[in-house]
Write a protein that binds this ligand. Structure first.
Ligand SMILES: [Zn+2]
Length: 410
């Protein structure tokens, strides 16, 4: 009898203890939910992951962890931290392997990071899980488009549009891809290690081979300067001036365009001279900049670096810079942060020269090494002023002081 009583007592203690611990578990879970509601997903994970270690099979905790990983991954994509996003989303899959958004978002992160092979696996898996979902088809289409599978791209986007007929982005993309396809299906293809060249081969000259050689030279040069060597092949398309204007809607002064593919209005060339090499390397530098910095680089830096690469191959005298300096008509650098398309056509030449001159000044003074670091900050959406301060602050200067000093010495 005594033994039974003791057992009962002990049992009651265990029950009391269990319920105390489950109360504390419940409280921590509540705290995590409050964090999730405020979109503070990392903080929620800090609370939830230790709980999952205590009660690994608790469904509520696992569901909240999956929600947090999904939210955190999405936030990292918005912040441009694609690798971190891919890492978080991969972990999230362990907590809910039925949630197709883990595969979709991870596919998007990898696509944006240029990891096309891995992105394709993720997006195909998302498609297998969700079927024809507009967003999945839209990104699959983008992947096909960027890897030069134009028919598949058009097909995916058309299916997405059938499901989401009012989607303006899709309508535009599809129309553009169809126009491009009309021209590209007439073109020939040549390949090198890092490039696919689409152009009209006249069969008489070796233009294709010469252009690919020039591009591979740019690849080596820019890679050595900025320490990045993209693994995937880049598509380069040579158009006639008319095709180029019709397709890209680029202004008359535009000598080329990089939008993931390098597009140049130089079809029908009969030789590859320094002018053409300079054009090729200018556009390739835009690719390298986007590779490191994403799409938030100030234009003066992006165009300055591209012009610097071009002028390594072809020195041309300044046409506007000196005069603008003398007449006090230089741009403030802040005016050159956004697209040059907004600038009056007669001032565009100055915008390029000034961008080049300032970037040349920075590299002459500090070398190439800080440039790659500076570009990396833009990927994290840091402003130009803050990024310059972070990189050049250790030399006791910032954007304002550098711009002032540069103006004195041109
Ligand atoms: Zn450019």
């Amino acid at each position: 009898m005594r033994i039974t009583l003791l057992t009962l007592l002990l049992l009651m203690l265990v029950v009391a203890d269990l319920s105390a611990s489950s109360r504390s578990l419940w409280r921590k879970n509540e705290a995590a939910i409050a964090q999730i509601e405020q979109q503070r997903f990392t903080e929620a994970l800090d609370l939830l992951l230790p709980l999952a270690a205590e009660v690994p099979t608790n469904k509520t905790i696992r569901k909240n962890i999956a929600t947090s990983y999904l939210g955190a991954g999405q936030q990292q994509i918005h912040a441009g931290a694609y690798l971190r996003a891919a890492e978080l989303l991969q972990k999230g899959k362990e907590y809910n392997d039925q949630e197709c958004r883990f595969w979709l978002l991870r596919g998007i992160a990898l696509l944006k990071n240029g990891q096309m092979g891995e992105a394709e696996i993720e997006l195909n898996e998302a498609w297998a899980m969700s079927g024809d979902e507009p967003l999945v088809l839209q990104y699959l289409g983008l992947l096909y488009y960027q890897t030069d599978r134009m028919y598949e791209a058009v097909d995916s986007w058309q299916r997405a549009l059938d499901l989401d007929p009012g989607n303006k982005v899709l309508i535009e993309r599809l129309a553009k891809a169809r126009r491009e396809l009309t021209i590209e299906k007439e073109l020939d293809h040549d390949y090198s290690a890092h490039f696919v060249l689409n152009y009209a081969d006249d069969g008489k000259t070796n233009i294709g081979g010469d252009i690919l050689d020039a591009l591979e030279d740019s690849y080596t040069w820019a890679g050595a300067k900025l320490r990045v060597y993209p693994e995937r092949q880049t598509t380069v398309i040579l158009y006639t001036r008319r095709q180029f204007s019709g397709l890209t809607g680029s202004p008359e002064w535009s000598a080329g365009l990089f939008d993931g593919k390098i597009r140049l209005p130089i079809g029908g060339l009969d030789q590859v001279d320094d002018r053409v090499r300079a054009l090729l390397t200018h556009e390739f530098m835009h690719l390298i900049v986007r590779e490191i910095a994403g799409d938030k680089t100030p234009f003066w830096l992006n165009e300055g670096l591209a012009e610097l690469a071009a002028r390594e191959l072809r020195q041309v005298p300044f046409e506007d810079l000196v005069e603008a300096r003398d007449n006090n008509q230089l741009f403030a650098l802040a005016e050159l942060e956004g697209s040059f398309r907004k600038i009056a056509p007669q001032r565009v030449g100055l915008a390029y020269e000034q961008s080049y001159s300032f970037v040349r000044y920075l590299i002459d003074r500090f070398g190439w090494y800080p440039m790659a670091e500076l570009l990396q900050l833009f990927k994290r959406r840091v402003s130009a002023t803050a990024a310059m301060k972070q990189i050049f602050g250790e030399y006791g200067v910032d954007l304002f002081l550098l711009e002032r000093d540069w103006r004195r010495q041109i």
